[in-house]
Design a protein around this ligand. Structure first.
Ligand code: LRH
Ligand code: MN
Ligand code: MN
Length: 427
C-alpha cells in the first residue's frame, strides 16, 4: 500500500460522523422515491473505471510541457501512482497500458501490478509516432499506408501488443491511428480505407478467442483534412467488417462540438457494437480535460444510456470503461481521482432515474415530464453515497484531502528527479 492505512483511518475518522448523517438523510429522501440507497451503493462500489498509464504524467500540450514534481520515471512509477488512485478511491482497479511507452518485462509488469493490487485493462498500440530504430516511418500513415512494408510493420506492432497483453492478463486491444491526410487530393479515400481494413483484418485474425478488438475513432488531429477512422460511422463499418470480436470505442473528446454522443452510444448498443469508452471532457476538440469538468450533464446522459442497456439486459453488453486525460495544470493523481469519482457519480445518478415513469412519459409524448424525470436524477446530490461506498471498501471519504495530507507527491519528488519542460511541445 502506497498510502499509510492509519492515515486513511485517521482522515476518515474526522469525517465519518457528518458522512453518516448525510448518508441517512439521502437514504430517507431516496426511500420516499422508492429507491433503496444500499442497493445503489452496492452497485457503485462494484463499479470500476480503468486509469490510463499515460494519464499519471503531466502530458502538456502540443505547444509546451510543464512537468510537475515527482513525475513518474517509468511504468513502475506509473503503476505506483495508479495504485494510490485505487487505494483512495476504490474505483480504479485496472490500468490501461500504452505500448511502447510502457514496454517492460511482462512478468515483472504482472508481478508489480499484482503486488499493488492492480490488474490490466485494454492494451493500446501506438503507430501514430515513430520509434528509434524503426525501419519504416509513420509520417504518411501506418495501418493504411500506401507502402505494404509500412503497413506490415504496423500490423506486427499490434501483434506484439497482443502478446504482451496475453502475458499480463489483458483481454482487449485498443487501436487508434493518426492516419489521414492534410490536403485535398493527398490520399485516395477508398484505397486508404481499404488498406486499413486489410491490416485490421490481419490483427483481428491473431486475436485470442476471449479478446476484443476495440477501434477508436477521432474526427481530426493529427490529420487535419481527412482522417481514416474519423467517426462512429466508419468505426461501425470496421467493426462489422472484422467480425464478432470487434467493437467501437468512444472517446468523448473525439467528436465535433455539439454532436449527440449519447445517441451514438445508444446506436452502438442497439447494434451490438459498443466496445468501450475513453472518458474525458472537452469544450472545443480533443481537449482531454478531466471527466465531467465541462459538461457533467452530458456524462450523465451517456450513463443514462448505459444504465438503460444494463436494465434491459442487452445481450453481450459489456463495454470497457477507461479514462483518457492529459493534465497540464493539476496534479494528475488528484485529477484522475476526481474523474473516477465523477464517472461513478454519473453512474449513480443514472441508476436513480425512474425508468418506468420515463417510459410512460415517452409513450405519452409528455416531453416536459420525461426530461424532468432525467433532471430529477441528475440533480440528486449522491456525494454521501459515493463516499460511503469508498469508506466501506477501505478507501478515503475525501480522497483529495487524504492524498494531500499523505505528502505522497513530496515524498516521490525526493526520489524521482526533476524533469525539464524545455523543448517539450511540438510547435
Ligand atoms: C488519441 C487518443 C488515443 C491514444 C491516446 C493517447 O487522441 O485518445 O486513445 O491512444 O489519445
Ligand atoms: Mn482516447
Ligand atoms: Mn484523444
Amino acid at each position: 500500500m502506497m498510502i499509510d492505512t492509519s492515515l486513511i483511518a485517521e482522515e476518515n475518522e474526522a469525517r465519518a460522523d457528518h458522512l453518516r448523517r448525510d448518508y441517512d438523510t439521502l437514504g430517507e429522501r431516496l426511500d420516499r422515491r422508492g429507491i433503496a440507497i444500499d442497493e445503489i451503493k452496492r452497485k457503485v462500489a462494484a463499479y470500476g473505471v480503468a486509469v490510463p498509464s499515460w494519464g499519471v504524467g503531466t502530458g502538456g500540450t502540443r505547444f509546451a510541457r510543464f512537468p510537475g514534481k515527482g513525475e513518474p520515471r517509468n511504468i513502475f512509477d506509473k503503476l505506483e501512482d495508479c495504485s494510490v488512485i485505487q487505494q483512495l478511491t476504490r474505483a480504479t482497479p485496472n490500468v490501461s497500458l500504452h505500448i511502447p511507452w510502457d514496454k517492460a518485462d511482462p512478468s515483472e509488469l504482472k508481478a508489480r501490478a499484482g503486488a499493488l493490487g492492480l490488474g490490466f485493462d485494454a492494451m493500446n498500440s501506438n503507430t501514430f509516432q515513430d520509434q528509434d530504430g524503426q525501419a519504416h516511418s509513420y509520417k504518411f500513415g501506418s495501418l493504411s499506408h500506401t507502402d505494404a512494408a509500412t503497413r506490415r510493420q504496423a500490423v506486427e506492432h499490434n501483434l506484439e501488443c497482443i502478446e504482451i497483453g496475453k502475458a499480463i492478463g489483458s483481454k482487449a486491444l485498443t487501436v487508434w491511428i493518426g492516419d489521414g491526410s492534410n490536403f485535398p487530393g493527398q490520399s485516395h479515400f477508398a484505397r486508404q480505407f481499404d488498406h486499413y481494413l486489410k491490416s485490421a483484418k490481419e490483427i483481428y485474425a491473431n486475436l485470442p478467442d476471449d479478446w476484443r478488438l476495440l477501434t477508436e475513432h477521432k474526427m481530426y488531429e493529427p490529420a487535419f483534412y481527412s482522417t481514416v477512422v474519423q467517426d462512429w460511422g466508419s468505426n461501425y463499418m470496421i467493426a462489422q467488417e472484422l467480425g464478432p470480436q470487434a467493437f467501437c470505442l468512444v472517446d468523448l473528446g473525439h467528436h465535433a462540438p455539439n454532436v449527440n454522443i449519447e445517441m451514438i452510444v445508444s446506436r452502438l448498443i442497439q447494434f451490438g457494437k459498443l466496445g468501450g469508452f475513453h472518458f474525458n471532457d472537452s469544450k472545443y476538440g480533443d481537449d482531454d480535460l478531466d471527466t465531467g469538468s465541462i459538461d457533467p450533464y452530458r456524462l450523465f446522459l451517456v450513463f443514462n444510456e448505459l444504465v438503460d442497456a444494463e436494465m434491459r439486459r442487452v445481450p453481450g453488453f459489456n463495454p470497457a470503461h477507461m479514462l483518457d486525460q492529459s493534465h497540464n495544470v493539476t496534479d494528475p493523481i488528484e485529477s484522475l481521482m476526481v474523474s473516477a469519482m465523477e464517472v461513478q457519480r454519473a453512474y449513480a445518478q443514472a441508476l436513480l432515474v425512474d425508468r418506468d415513469r420515463l417510459t410512460e412519459y415517452q409513450q405519452d409524448n409528455d416531453a416536459l415530464m420525461a426530461t424532468t424525470t432525467l433532471k430529477a436524477a441528475f440533480r440528486t446530490d449522491v456525494d454521501p453515497l459515493l463516499a460511503m461506498a469508498r469508506l466501506d471498501s477501505g478507501g478515503a471519504i475525501d480522497p483529495v484531502a487524504t492524498y494531500r495530507a499523505s505528502g505522497y507527491r513530496q515524498k516521490v519528488a525526493q526520489v524521482r528527479p526533476d524533469v525539464s519542460g524545455a523543448g517539450g511541445g511540438i510547435v
